[in-house]
Ligand binder design. Structure first.
Ligand SMILES: Cc1cc2nc3c(=O)[nH]c(=O)nc-3n(C[C@H](O)[C@H](O)[C@H](O)COP(=O)(O)OP(=O)(O)OC[C@H]3O[C@@H](n4cnc5c(N)ncnc54)[C@H](O)[C@@H]3O)c2cc1C
Length: 667
């Protein structure tokens, strides 16, 4: 079979999944067409200065190629493009990729032809004369992305702006907004980033306009104080939703009613108020969504929150109860100490001849009340109004992404054309979803599964008039696809195949794509190790905040201790600092002070008379989980407890003396 599709995260993973499924009996040949001269898609071509992923590396990387364990949770867009390059190199994809090759037409070939589809594309770099060429194939995966074609709503009088008017896809760096009166149209993550960058570029004024509102939530949990204690764990929020109560064993009726989303919303809203005095979002004092649309069932969380201190400034009130009990959100000092403001208001109704913006009246909105008489004459307008999906190259006989009713991937009568990457999660990442979709479609067209017929329950709820209907709940969507293709592990099966530790990591971890390759048709040899290390860490780092199934035996401000669930002997316990760091050298001295006294107490309490204290640093030194931990392992007899090999060598006394001097001088 031959396949065609376009190129960048979604295209790359679809290409790799198809090629990997090729067998001598069922050979798959595939080619990937990309209009641009490089890979990376939107991450490469619509990036800007200081742009960072809002989804965590644990969730955003593909199932079998991961970032180094010590890389930060959130990386920059250029770093993600480098990661994609390493993916291409690792799986030898480059010979299957045609860059500088925009697809201009896809049409069905007449019945009786050798192949089903003809793809017409232009071949050659911009410097050369482009030639139209053809590629015939049996199946097509369309991976042209959600974020390519700018959506620019009409604003009457926009031509009266005396300055620059452009879409966010053309925003590259601070020089475009420095010293200007900036009007940002929209309230998504790019809008937030550009508002913040404008403040940092000393824009004269910054105003953000939006129709309804947004739900702000930082991409990682940090910077808040509860009862006077500061939480600085920096946990990525997209790794916090656990499979056990979300996707494994959820009754169909509950799934359909979205009940679990509303229950978690109820809890989250109260926690938000308790922490930051507002339920609109985390530390969000303006721009809140109306009650009937505020919650996980409806929205794409806005995880770019750097501009929030500037939006909040005119509205944030001192809450004496929370102040009294020591609860608050701590803005970064450089933002907290500024007196600058990002004004917000309703959407522009029109712009008059003088270039003044007139906002739609909405007396219910406190930001409109504040700005209604203000004269705002921007000289830089940035449309952060998103993107729209068009498929100009597809012949009208084909369905498009919005017709792909079966799992948002295919139309029931057109299994040979798949739409990969055309859903967006409320919280989550698109690249692993694209991988899951690629596995699903590959399983379908290679006969490993039947087309599912049951109705889905993963869609976010949207009004009929809403522009976006492709919102999904990340974990519900991932698990639905996995169940269809046989990649969702049954708990007993998982236990029998990989043991208790991996079973618990799966249950208490989020819907990471690697989990769906522990068993089933796409079983991967590297998945268990990734689960045991990187994915286990997402649970371990939650500590008392999360659902770690730990048998806690001690806890203080700085230290946490619990029984090992796979002990080497009775009483085997772990003592960890709450400060997150992979190796001993990453932990501040003051966070280590209590560790040994606690280990000593546990040794006494367990009744151990002979025991080892062990602390490993690095893979080669047997470290498996990248959060510093000290083992206290009782040694009741020869067989139980820790076994050690001690390959001692003879010393050269001169060399030992030199080493002694060297180390002593550096202490
Ligand atoms: C600043 C920023 C931050 C983001 N952060 C995140 C994040 O943290 N997590 C996340 O999941 N997502 C994030 N996104 C969204 C991200 O863009 C998508 O997740 C990702 O690009 C999806 O990959 P894709 O392959 O589906 O589409 P794209 O990357 O958009 O790729 C589409 C490709 O199709 C090509 N193409 C289009 N038409 C044709 C044609 N006719 N012929 C040949 N080629 C064609 C285009 O050249 C383009 O390269 C972010 C986006 C931006 C701009």
């Amino acid at each position: 079979m031959a396949f065609m599709r376009e190129n960048r995260p979604g295209g790359l993973v679809a290409l790799k999944t198809l090629l990997e499924s090729s067998t001598p009996e069922q050979q798959i040949e595939a080619c990937l067409f990309e209009a641009e001269s490089d890979i990376g898609g939107t991450f490469n071509y619509r990036s800007y200065q200081n742009a960072e992923l809002v989804s965590s590396k644990q969730l955003t990387t593909f199932s079998d190629h991961r970032l180094p364990l010590d890389s930060p949770d959130h990386i920059s867009l250029p770093e993600y493009v480098d990661y994609l390059r390493s993916y291409v190199a690792k799986f030898n994809l480059d010979t299957h990729i045609k860059l500088n090759s925009p697809v201009i037409r896809v049409e069905r070939l007449p019945d009786g032809s050798e192949w089903k589809h003809r793809v017409s594309y232009l071949d050659g770099t911009d410097a050369e004369e482009k030639k139209e060429r053809f590629y015939d194939c049996s199946h097509i995966a369309v991976c042209t992305g959600l974020h390519v074609e700018p959506n620019i709503p009409t604003i009457p009088g926009i031509e009266h702006i005396n300055g620059d008017v452009f879409h966010s896809s053309l925003y590259k760096d601070r020089s475009q907004v420095a010293g200007r009166n900036v009007l940002v149209l929209g309230c998504g993550e790019t809008a937030m980033d550009i508002a913040y960058e404008s403040i940092k570029a000393d824009a004269q004024s910054v105003t953000m306009c939006f129709r309804t509102g947004f739900l702000s939530f930082p991409k990682s949990l940090s910077r808040f104080q509860v009862f006077g204690k500061t939480f600085s764990g920096g946990l990525p929020i997209d790794g916090l939703i656990t499979n056990l109560f979300e996707t494994a064993y959820v009754h169909r009726a509950i799934a359909h009613s979205r009940l679990r989303w509303f229950v978690s919303d109820f809890v989250i809203k109260r926690v938000l108020w308790f922490l930051t005095g507002t339920q609109a979002g985390m530390n969000q004092h303006v721009g809140g969504l109306p009650q009937e649309r505020l919650g996980r069932a409806f929205v794409f969380l806005n995880k770019s929150n750097k501009a929030m201190p500037y939006l909040n400034r005119p509205y944030q009130k001192h809450n004496p109860i929370l102040a009294c009990i020591g609860n608050r959100y701590i803005d970064p000092p450089e933002d907290a100490n500024s007196n600058r403001v990002v004004d917000t208001c309703t959407w522009p109704e029109y712009i008059d001849d003088s270039g003044r913006v007139h906002f739609q009246a909405n007396p219910k909105r406190k930001d409109w009340q504040r700005l209604k008489n203000r004269v705002i004459k921007p000289d830089c307008v940035v449309y952060c109004s998103g993107y729209k999906q068009t498929f100009p190259y597809l012949d009208s006989a084909y369905p498009t992404a919005s017709d792909a009713q079966i799992r948002n991937i295919i139309h029931p009568s057109h299994q040979d054309i798949a739409f990969i990457g055309f859903v967006r999660p409320g919280v989550g990442a698109i690249p692993p979803i694209a991988e899951q979709q690629a596995m699903w479609w590959t399983a379908l067209i290679t006969g490993k599964m039947a087309m599912p017929t049951d109705p889905p329950h993963y869609h976010l709820l949207a009004a009929k008039t809403s522009r976006i209907h492709y919102g999904v709940d990340h974990s519900a969507y991932m698990s639905t696809l996995a169940r269809d293709f046989g990649g969702a592990p049954g708990l007993m099966e998982l236990y029998r195949e990989h043991g208790l530790r991996i079973l618990l990591i799966y249950c208490f971890g989020a819907s990471f794509v690697t989990f769906y390759r522990l068993l089933g048709p796409f079983k991967s040899a590297v998945a268990p190790e990734i689960a045991r290390t990187e994915l286990a860490e997402t649970i371990l780092r939650r500590g008392i905040l999360g659902d770690i199934p730990s048998f806690k035996i001690f806890e203080s401000d700085k230290v946490f201790a619990f029984l090992d669930i796979q002990p080497l002997s009775r009483g085997h316990a772990l003592v960890i600092p709450k400060f997150h760091g992979a190796k001993l050298t990453d932990i501040p001295d003051e966070d280590l002070l209590e560790i040994l006294p606690v280990a000593k107490k546990i040794a006494i309490a367990s009744g151990a008379t002979d025991f080892n204290i062990l602390q490993n640093n690095g893979r080669i030194a047997h470290q498996v989980v990248d959060h510093v931990h000290f083992h206290m392992i009782p040694k009741p007899n020869e067989q139980e407890g820790m076994g050690i090999s001690w390959p001692a060598k003879e010393s050269d006394m001169d060399k030992l003396k030199a080493l002694h001097e060297e180390i002593k001088s550096k202490m």
